[in-house]
Ligand binder design. Sequence first.
Ligand SMILES: [Zn+2]
Ligand SMILES: [Zn+2]
Length: 721
Amino acid sequence: MNRVRCLVFNAALGPLDYRVPDNMTVEYGSIVVAPLGPRQIIGIVWEEERLPTDPVPENKLRPILEVLPVPPLRPELRRLIEWTANYYCAPLTSVARMVISSGGALRGPATITEYRLSGGLPERMTPKREQAMGALEGEQATIRELAELADVSDGVLRGLVNQGVLEPVVVDCDRPYPRADDAHATVELNEQQTAVARQLAEAVQSRKFAPYLLDGVTGSGKTETYFEPMAAALRMGRQVLVLLPEIALTEAFLRRFEDRFGAPPIVWHSSLKSTERRRAWRAIASGQAQVVVGARSALFLPYANLGLIVVDEAHEISFKQDEGVRYNARDVAVMRARFEKIPVVLASATPALESLQMAESGIYERLDLPSRYGGAQLPEIRIVNLTEEPPERGRWLAPSLTRELFVRLERGEQSLLFLNRRGYAPLTLCRNCGFRFQCTNCSAWLVEHRFSKRLACHHCGHEEKPPLNCPECGEPECLVACGPGVERIADEVAEILPDARVAVATSDTLNTPEKAAEFVAQAEAKAIDVIVGTQLVTKGFHFPELTLVGVVDADLGLEGGDLRAAERTYQQVAQVAGRAGRGAKPGTVLIQTRHPEAPVIEALAAGDRDAFYDAETEARRHAGAPPFGRWAAIIVSSEDETEAREAARAIGGTAPHLQDIAILGPAPAPMALLRGRYRYRLLVNARRSAQVQDVIRDWLAKLDLPRTVRVSIDIDPYSFV
Ligand SMILES: [Zn+2]
Ligand SMILES: [Zn+2]
C-alpha cells in the first residue's frame, strides 16, 4: 500500500488520506502517527471503501510518520467498531477510542520507576510525612499515584525520596502475567452442571458462533460450569473474556478462579492505575493474557485470539452504558462473538425478557440449571403486608421481620436487609417552613449521608455540609430526615439488636476491590451478624451462614413507572432472595410491601417465575415494548433553558411521519435539570422491523442546531430519566 485512509482520533474531522513512505509497511488495522497541520494525530488504517470520503489528490498527500509498535487491529474488531457505531448512532472515533483505551500501551516496551518504602526513617518527622508513611505500607507505585493514595502532595513524597525513605524500583511495564493452568485443580460438578459444562466445552472446540442463555437458579453453581469451557479454551491457546456487572463482585470470582486455575485472571476496570492498564492492554493484544475479567469496557479490548465470552449476571442494567457511546455490553458481546466466530454465554438466574425471547425463538440455545448445588433448597418466601402489620412509628421494619432477625442472632446465623437506597434519608426538609434540600445542578433531592456527614446528589456528585440553620427561614436545628436509606435501617437494627454487628454494604462503603474483599472476608468469618445493603449485595455473594433475607421495601422499584420497573423488581428481589440458605441451613425471605396484590409480588410469593414472565411478556407485547417493538430516546440539552426548549421543538417539528414509527414529545425529561444542563426528551417507538437508526440519523442530519446544544441518541434505552 502506498496510500492509506485513516480513521483519526479527532471528533471534528472525517477520515484522512496519507501517503505511506517507501521504507514503511502498513496494513489495515495498523495504528499510526500522522501529521495534522503542525501537530500530530493518531489514526487507524482502514479499508477505503468502508470509510467513504473525498480522496485527497496524490500531490497533496502527507506521509505517515510512524507505525506504532502494537499489533494491527484485527478485521473482526474493526467490523465490531463499525457495527457498534452504526447501531448506537455513535461516531466511529468514539467507539474506536474504547479500543485504544490506554495511550501508554501504544508506545511499545518500556520501563517505569516506581517507589516503595525502604524501611528507613526521615531525619525529621512531620505530620504529612507520618501520614504518607502510614498510608504507603506495602504499596509500590509512581510518585503521583502514591501521592493520591496517601492524600499528600508530590512534594512531600519527593522529600521522602531524597531522604531515602522511599526507594526507586525499576519495573518492566510488560512483565508477563502468571500462567493459568487448566489442569491445576478440578471442581466437583453435579450431573446437570457436567452436562452444561461439556456442551459449552464442545462449543469452544468447534470454533463457531454459538450464543447460549445459561438459565440457572441462584446457588446452582453457574460459575463452576463455565470453568470447564474456559479450560478448553486455554488448552487451545485461546483467550477468554468474562464480563461482570460490578467491580465489587470480581473479588469473589477471582478467588474461585485462582483455586481452579492456580493463578489470578487479568482484571480490567475503570479504576486501574495507568501502568496496570497499559500492561493489561499489551498482554491482551499480544495474546499473553489468557483470561480477562472485567467491566463492560473490557469488551472492546484488542484480543489477539478470543475463544469464549461469558457475560455473568447478564440481566444486570449496569451493562448498559448511559453516557458517551450508549451501548449495551450484553448485546455487543453477542455481536463480538459473532464476528469472532466463537461461543458466548449469557448467564443469569433472572434473565432479561429480551434474552428469554431470543431463546424462545431459537436464536439462543438455552441451557438450564434448575436446582441448587449440593442439595441446598430454595428459600421459603413470605410476604409481610405493611398495611396490616405496620412498623412502629419512625421505624421501617415490621414486627415479624424484627422477630426473625432476633431469632437469627440467637442462633448465630446471618441476616441480610435489602433496600436499594444509599445514604441515611432520601429527602431532608425543614420542620418549620417545609424547605426541601435540592441539588443546584439537577432536579433531584439531596440525600443525607450520616457516615460522611454530607448532603449529596446521586446524579452529579454535588455535596454540601448540612447547615445548622434552615437556609430558607433561618430556624436552628429544624432539619428532619424523611424516609429511609440503608444507613437509617442500620441504625434501626442497632437499636433493636444492640449486640448485633451490623455492616452497611453499598457503593459508598465498598468502593474499591480491597474494601469489597475485606467485607467478604468478615462476612465469611462470621464477624458480621446483619448486612444492610443496596443492589450491590443482591448477587455474586455466597455466605453459607446467611439464612434470612428481608426486603425492606419491595414497592420502591415499582414507583418510577418505567418500562422495566416490574421486571427489575422481580430480578432484584429474586436475586437478593437467592442469597438466603445457600449452605446446609434452609433460608427464609420476608418481603415487605404495601401491594401484596401486585402481579410481581404475587409471582415472587408463589415462586412462580413462569407466571411472572408470561404476564410481563403479554404486557410488553401489548405496549409494543422490547423485545416486540423498539424504543429510542433523543435527549436534547443545553445550559440555557430556552435554547434547550427551542432546539427540542425544532427537532419535534421536523419529526418524520412514518407508518411503523411513533414519535412522542418533546417533553421536559423527568430529570429536567442534570449536571447544570436543561433537558428535553423525545421518545421513538417503532415496530421491530423499522430501521430506527437510519430514520433518526436522516432526521437529525437536516437540522442546524447551536453548538451549545447537545443531542444524544439512546438506542434501546434502559434509563428513562
Ligand atoms: Zn425552614
Ligand atoms: Zn446534582
